[in-house]
Write a protein that binds this ligand. Structure first.
Ligand SMILES: Cc1ncc(COP(=O)(O)O)c(C=O)c1O
Length: 401
């Protein structure tokens, strides 16, 4: 059990707390369901990119799925071997592509013909052979929130199947490209297995057709997206997920790559925030806390639900309220129309399932320093990122009169 009251007192709030034992359990669960095959779990760094989190995952054998050269550098700094690092993303700058090639990572996951051309030109200039994978867009509706649905042709991600095939044929003939992988990722927070199964069928069929063309793809990258329980969602059983994918790979000798982010860290993280006061506007009750949308933007951005627990308060006399932050935006809230007891200054709230896309999406909006981050493992806590100070906020600015 994590003593949230103790941690809030020791480090202050707003505060992120990550349960490393739970991260380990989740990582091991995923590795386990793919054990019948060669597999590589490349944790999606964007979900939570704290160096200690990455280092911990590196120690468990994780690779990394990165979407910027900054994430690639984080992964390398954390000790993730270069041969386990993938560089994905729809818009890579030339300097990022160049650095990825020079650092000799496992593969660059490209998402358009234009990017294919850039990578080939840059690799030729460096006189290197760039290992590539193509993110194919299977045109499948992932049935998740539109902002995190990525597998339809109308989305900006990936390359349509027919075009991807042409690009593989070109890559095979290129002196500077080596096609080693194929990739799809149809969305995040997936709770329905069917679209994944369908996407995998489409992509594995394509893989088979590439085999006929003597294009030997070694890495079958199924992306991330495994949904977690925030509220009362029915989630996918990991075993069924793996079996559904593996069933489409019969007769193919590939390493399965999986890029989970949310599944590994989402329910391993807690956001602690303290009540400042309550107020009523035209009879509507608001609980105002010291954390804001700059710390945890998911409710504002996706209307995402996060369960809120009040520490040491089991008062059953509850009434409806919104839990809001201090930011000057009406969209600054953690919960709307929830039943909570009367709260007073310094009461502590724990916002659950905050480990993924929490701190990593945080900002300095309203000149607020970002929250501190703490790890919790085997009963011990450690500060893994200091709270930002005012000096941190202005460090890179220059004053002109
Ligand atoms: C290409 C890719 N892989 C993996 C992920 C991780 O997704 P999740 O955190 O839902 O597992 C994402 C998320 O957007 C992604 O775009």
């Amino acid at each position: 059990m994590i003593d949230f009251k103790y941690l809030a007192k020791k480090y202050g709030t707003p505060l992120y707390v990550y349960d490393f034992n739970n991260i380990k359990k989740n990582f091991t669960n995923i590795k386990e369901v793919f054990k019948a095959r060669k597999s590589l779990i490349c944790y999606a760094v964007k979900a939570n990119s704290n160096l200690s989190v990455l280092k911990y995952l590196a120690s468990l054998g994780s690779g990394a799925d990165c979407v910027s050269i900054g994430e690639v550098k984080r992964a390398l700094k954390a000790g993730i071997p270069k041969y386990k690092i993938i560089f994905s993303g729809v818009g890579k700058r030339d300097d990022e592509i160049e650095e990825a090639i020079l650092r000799d990572i496992l593969m660059i996951n490209l998402e358009s013909e234009a990017e294919f051309n850039r990578i080939e030109i840059i690799a030729a200039r460096l006189n290197k052979k760039a290992r590539i994978s193509i993110r194919v867009n299977p045109n499948i509706d992932a049935k998740t929130h539109p902002y995190i649905s990525t597998g339809l042709n109308e989305n900006k991600f990936g390359v349509e199947i027919d075009q991807a095939k042409e690009l593989y044929i070109r890559a095979k003939k290129s002196d500077y490209l080596e096609p080693v992988g194929i990739h799809f990722h149809i969305g995040s927070q997936l709770t329905d297995l069917k679209p994944i199964e369908e996407a995998s069928k489409i992509v594995s069929n394509m893989l088979k057709s590439l085999k006929y063309l003597d294009i030997d793809i070694k890495f079958y990258d199924i992306g991330g997206g495994i949904g977690i329980k925030y509220n009362d969602e029915e989630t996918i059983r990991l075993y069924n997920y793996a079996q559904a994918v593996l069933a489409t790979l019969k007769g193919l000798d590939v390493t399965v790559v999986c890029e989970p982010g949310r599944y590994i860290v989402g329910n391993s993280g807690y956001f602690l925030t303290t009540v400042l006061y309550e107020k009523k506007n035209s009879g509507k009750r608001f609980v105002i806390v010291d954390g804001g949308m700059n710390d945890l933007i998911r409710p504002s951005l996706y209307k995402a639900y996060h369960e809120i627990e009040i520490v040491e308060n089991d008062d059953q006399n509850r009434s409806v309220c919104d839990v809001v932050g201090p930011i000057c935006e009406s969209g600054d809230f953690f919960a709307k129309d929830v039943q909570l007891p009367k709260l007073k200054q310094n009461d502590l709230l724990v916002v659950k399932s905050a480990g993924a896309y929490g701190f990593s999406m945080s900002s300095n909006y309203n000149s607020r320093g970002r929250a501190a981050e703490v790890s919790f493992e085997d009963g011990s806590d450690r500060l893994i990122r200091k709270r930002e100070s005012f000096e941190d906020l202005i460090r890179l600015e220059k004053e002109f009169l």
